[in-house]
Design a protein around this ligand. Sequence first.
Ligand code: G3P
Length: 222
Amino acid sequence: KIMGVVIINFKAYREGSGKQALELAKIAENVASRVDDYIAIAPPTIDLAEIINAVSIDVYAQHVDAVDFGSHTGRITAEMVKEKGAKGSLINHSERRLRLADIDFLVSKFKELGLVSIVCTNNVATTAAAAALNPDYVAVEPPELIGSGIPVSKAEPETVENSVKAAKDVNPNVKVLCGAGIGRHEDYVTALDLGADGVLLASGIVKAKDPKAALEELVGLR
Ligand code: G3P
């Protein structure tokens, strides 16, 4: 029986916002209750509090700003998402890249606050670099495969395998996820076979005609 980490990034998809974010969160909670895999979600920040209050699975932010409390109009700090009950956050997603010093700032701050850090990267070298900052997770996602429906575990198995090696070489404690184009059970199984601890995915579930069926299939319930 395979078992890994599945984190669903709702991005800013219409299908993953507002009412639909809540529905999707409940689907994830339901499927999570029927498997041993760790299923967590990352809805839009504006929906975080409502969703955290409605489901029992872990909820992550998609991004937090690399600032402390203060005069920063429009910013969201790590303390704010923690106060709402978020488990942690993605950091440096390819669609929300940060400076190296900001990534380091956030990883350190998350550690102090007891938040889980998931640093996203785009290739093997940046995965090794991110692992050196000692986050809880690194998540490698080749940008050209994001949203493509072409699974990274099939199209670029060496990127996954070498990212795992490079990251664990630098930091044996770091967990490694891979993402981009993941949607099917076989993509997930292949990712685990390549040494990843799990997957980070979005469109394959969020944009599926039937997200519940898609998530059930992903984790092998169908
Ligand atoms: O954060 C996950 C994401 O970037 C992968 O997107 O749509 O290819 O699963 P997708």
